[in-house]
Ligand binder design. Structure first.
Ligand code: 2PG
Length: 206
Protein backbone atom coordinates (compact mmCIF):
# COMPACT_ATOMS: atom_id res chain seq x y z
CA UNK A 1 0.00 0.00 0.00
CA UNK A 2 1.28 3.46 -0.71
CA UNK A 3 0.69 6.59 1.34
CA UNK A 4 0.72 10.28 0.58
CA UNK A 5 3.17 12.94 1.70
CA UNK A 6 2.12 16.57 1.24
CA UNK A 7 4.83 19.22 1.61
CA UNK A 8 3.91 22.91 1.84
CA UNK A 9 6.23 25.85 2.33
CA UNK A 10 4.65 28.53 4.56
CA UNK A 11 2.96 31.53 2.93
CA UNK A 12 4.90 34.77 2.42
CA UNK A 13 6.30 36.06 5.73
CA UNK A 14 6.88 39.67 6.80
CA UNK A 15 10.61 39.11 6.36
CA UNK A 16 10.21 37.49 2.92
CA UNK A 17 8.48 40.73 1.95
CA UNK A 18 11.20 42.88 3.52
CA UNK A 19 13.88 40.74 1.82
CA UNK A 20 15.59 39.81 5.11
CA UNK A 21 17.41 36.57 5.93
CA UNK A 22 15.07 34.82 8.35
CA UNK A 23 16.30 31.38 9.39
CA UNK A 24 15.24 30.68 12.99
CA UNK A 25 13.81 34.17 13.58
CA UNK A 26 10.05 34.16 13.92
CA UNK A 27 8.18 36.80 11.84
CA UNK A 28 4.48 36.30 11.06
CA UNK A 29 2.77 35.96 7.70
CA UNK A 30 1.81 38.94 5.53
CA UNK A 31 -1.78 39.31 4.29
CA UNK A 32 -0.61 37.70 1.05
CA UNK A 33 0.99 34.90 3.07
CA UNK A 34 -2.26 34.17 4.91
CA UNK A 35 -4.07 34.02 1.54
CA UNK A 36 -1.41 31.74 0.03
CA UNK A 37 -1.79 29.36 2.97
CA UNK A 38 -5.60 29.30 2.67
CA UNK A 39 -5.24 28.77 -1.05
CA UNK A 40 -2.98 25.76 -0.44
CA UNK A 41 -5.76 24.32 1.74
CA UNK A 42 -8.37 24.97 -0.95
CA UNK A 43 -6.27 23.26 -3.61
CA UNK A 44 -5.81 20.22 -1.41
CA UNK A 45 -9.52 20.16 -0.65
CA UNK A 46 -10.41 20.39 -4.34
CA UNK A 47 -8.28 17.30 -4.92
CA UNK A 48 -9.88 15.40 -2.05
CA UNK A 49 -6.82 15.07 0.17
CA UNK A 50 -7.61 14.22 3.81
CA UNK A 51 -4.55 14.29 6.07
CA UNK A 52 -4.42 11.78 8.94
CA UNK A 53 -1.69 13.68 10.81
CA UNK A 54 0.20 16.96 10.39
CA UNK A 55 3.78 17.99 11.13
CA UNK A 56 5.21 21.48 11.35
CA UNK A 57 8.18 23.37 12.84
CA UNK A 58 8.32 25.41 16.05
CA UNK A 59 8.19 28.65 13.99
CA UNK A 60 4.90 30.50 13.75
CA UNK A 61 4.86 31.12 9.97
CA UNK A 62 4.78 27.36 9.37
CA UNK A 63 2.32 26.69 12.22
CA UNK A 64 -0.14 29.35 11.02
CA UNK A 65 0.13 27.98 7.48
CA UNK A 66 -0.68 24.52 8.83
CA UNK A 67 -3.66 25.96 10.75
CA UNK A 68 -5.04 27.65 7.62
CA UNK A 69 -4.72 24.47 5.58
CA UNK A 70 -6.41 22.31 8.20
CA UNK A 71 -9.21 24.86 8.58
CA UNK A 72 -9.86 24.88 4.81
CA UNK A 73 -9.96 21.09 4.93
CA UNK A 74 -12.39 21.15 7.87
CA UNK A 75 -9.81 19.34 10.05
CA UNK A 76 -8.87 21.98 12.66
CA UNK A 77 -8.83 19.30 15.35
CA UNK A 78 -6.28 17.10 13.56
CA UNK A 79 -3.23 16.11 15.61
CA UNK A 80 -0.30 18.36 14.68
CA UNK A 81 3.23 17.59 15.83
CA UNK A 82 5.59 20.58 16.12
CA UNK A 83 9.30 19.89 16.06
CA UNK A 84 12.43 22.01 15.76
CA UNK A 85 13.84 19.39 13.38
CA UNK A 86 11.61 20.87 10.66
CA UNK A 87 12.72 24.47 11.29
CA UNK A 88 14.15 26.63 8.52
CA UNK A 89 17.90 26.37 7.94
CA UNK A 90 19.67 28.47 10.61
CA UNK A 91 21.10 31.49 8.77
CA UNK A 92 23.50 32.29 11.63
CA UNK A 93 25.05 35.77 11.46
CA UNK A 94 23.07 36.62 8.30
CA UNK A 95 19.73 36.39 10.18
CA UNK A 96 17.95 39.73 10.09
CA UNK A 97 20.22 41.21 7.38
CA UNK A 98 18.83 42.53 4.10
CA UNK A 99 19.72 40.20 1.20
CA UNK A 100 20.62 43.09 -1.15
CA UNK A 101 22.81 44.70 1.53
CA UNK A 102 24.55 41.33 1.96
CA UNK A 103 25.19 41.16 -1.82
CA UNK A 104 26.71 44.69 -1.70
CA UNK A 105 28.96 43.69 1.17
CA UNK A 106 30.08 40.18 0.21
CA UNK A 107 29.27 40.01 -3.53
CA UNK A 108 26.49 38.32 -5.51
CA UNK A 109 28.34 35.04 -5.94
CA UNK A 110 29.24 34.54 -2.26
CA UNK A 111 25.69 35.28 -1.14
CA UNK A 112 24.30 32.86 -3.72
CA UNK A 113 26.66 30.15 -2.43
CA UNK A 114 25.47 30.77 1.15
CA UNK A 115 21.82 30.72 0.06
CA UNK A 116 21.74 27.79 -2.33
CA UNK A 117 24.87 25.63 -2.20
CA UNK A 118 24.73 22.21 -0.59
CA UNK A 119 27.63 22.25 1.82
CA UNK A 120 28.87 25.83 2.38
CA UNK A 121 27.34 27.21 5.60
CA UNK A 122 26.67 30.93 6.05
CA UNK A 123 28.83 32.38 8.87
CA UNK A 124 27.68 30.88 12.17
CA UNK A 125 24.80 29.02 10.50
CA UNK A 126 23.84 25.73 8.84
CA UNK A 127 24.61 24.54 5.31
CA UNK A 128 21.81 22.71 3.51
CA UNK A 129 23.76 19.54 4.31
CA UNK A 130 23.60 20.39 8.04
CA UNK A 131 19.87 21.08 7.72
CA UNK A 132 19.37 17.75 5.96
CA UNK A 133 21.26 15.99 8.76
CA UNK A 134 18.43 16.90 11.16
CA UNK A 135 15.45 16.92 8.73
CA UNK A 136 16.10 13.56 7.07
CA UNK A 137 16.48 11.42 10.25
CA UNK A 138 13.35 13.08 11.67
CA UNK A 139 11.50 12.29 8.45
CA UNK A 140 12.68 8.66 8.47
CA UNK A 141 11.85 8.00 12.12
CA UNK A 142 8.71 10.09 12.68
CA UNK A 143 6.98 10.91 9.40
CA UNK A 144 7.77 8.10 6.96
CA UNK A 145 6.25 5.31 9.13
CA UNK A 146 2.84 7.03 8.82
CA UNK A 147 3.15 7.26 5.04
CA UNK A 148 4.17 3.60 4.82
CA UNK A 149 1.05 2.66 6.80
CA UNK A 150 -0.95 4.18 3.94
CA UNK A 151 -1.76 7.45 5.71
CA UNK A 152 -1.82 10.95 4.25
CA UNK A 153 0.69 13.20 6.03
CA UNK A 154 0.83 17.00 5.81
CA UNK A 155 4.17 18.72 6.44
CA UNK A 156 4.07 22.54 6.65
CA UNK A 157 7.65 23.79 6.83
CA UNK A 158 10.22 26.07 5.20
CA UNK A 159 12.04 26.75 1.93
CA UNK A 160 15.33 25.16 2.92
CA UNK A 161 14.12 22.45 5.30
CA UNK A 162 11.86 21.29 2.45
CA UNK A 163 14.67 21.62 -0.12
CA UNK A 164 16.68 19.21 2.04
CA UNK A 165 13.77 16.76 2.09
CA UNK A 166 13.05 17.06 -1.64
CA UNK A 167 16.75 16.60 -2.41
CA UNK A 168 16.73 13.23 -0.67
CA UNK A 169 13.33 12.10 -1.99
CA UNK A 170 14.16 13.07 -5.60
CA UNK A 171 17.75 11.81 -5.37
CA UNK A 172 19.18 15.19 -6.46
CA UNK A 173 22.92 15.87 -6.39
CA UNK A 174 24.62 18.75 -4.59
CA UNK A 175 24.86 20.52 -7.98
CA UNK A 176 21.22 19.95 -8.89
CA UNK A 177 19.86 21.29 -5.59
CA UNK A 178 21.48 24.70 -6.24
CA UNK A 179 18.79 25.46 -8.85
CA UNK A 180 15.88 24.12 -6.83
CA UNK A 181 13.42 26.64 -5.37
CA UNK A 182 10.21 25.91 -3.46
CA UNK A 183 7.35 28.39 -3.87
CA UNK A 184 5.37 29.66 -0.88
CA UNK A 185 1.97 28.00 -0.40
CA UNK A 186 2.22 25.55 -3.31
CA UNK A 187 1.60 21.95 -2.18
CA UNK A 188 3.98 19.24 -3.43
CA UNK A 189 2.30 15.85 -3.28
CA UNK A 190 4.31 12.63 -3.21
CA UNK A 191 2.87 9.13 -3.38
CA UNK A 192 5.35 6.69 -1.91
CA UNK A 193 5.62 2.96 -2.60
CA UNK A 194 5.64 0.41 0.21
CA UNK A 195 9.45 0.26 -0.08
CA UNK A 196 9.55 4.06 0.47
CA UNK A 197 10.59 4.88 -3.11
CA UNK A 198 8.71 7.69 -4.86
CA UNK A 199 5.77 6.45 -6.97
CA UNK A 200 4.72 9.92 -8.13
CA UNK A 201 5.26 13.62 -7.49
CA UNK A 202 2.84 16.40 -8.34
CA UNK A 203 3.13 20.14 -7.70
CA UNK A 204 -0.34 21.65 -7.19
CA UNK A 205 0.17 24.93 -9.05
CA UNK A 206 -2.66 27.10 -10.42
O1 2PG B 1 15.59 33.85 4.78
C1 2PG B 1 15.36 32.62 4.86
O2 2PG B 1 15.29 32.00 5.93
C2 2PG B 1 15.15 31.85 3.58
C3 2PG B 1 13.71 31.57 3.27
O3 2PG B 1 12.93 32.71 3.24
O4 2PG B 1 15.71 32.60 2.54
P1 2PG B 1 16.45 32.04 1.26
O5 2PG B 1 15.39 31.80 0.22
O6 2PG B 1 17.37 33.16 0.88
O7 2PG B 1 17.21 30.81 1.63
Amino acid sequence: MSGTLILVRHGQSEWNLKNLFTGWRDPGLTEKGHEEAKDAGRRLKARGFKPDIAYTSVLSRAQVTNDHILKELGREDLETIRDQALNERDYGDLSGLNKDDAREKWGEEQVHVWRRSYDTPPPGGESLKDTGARVWPYFLHEILPHVLRGETVLVAAHGNSLRALVMALDGLSGDEIVKMEIATGVPIVYKLNADSTVASKEVLED
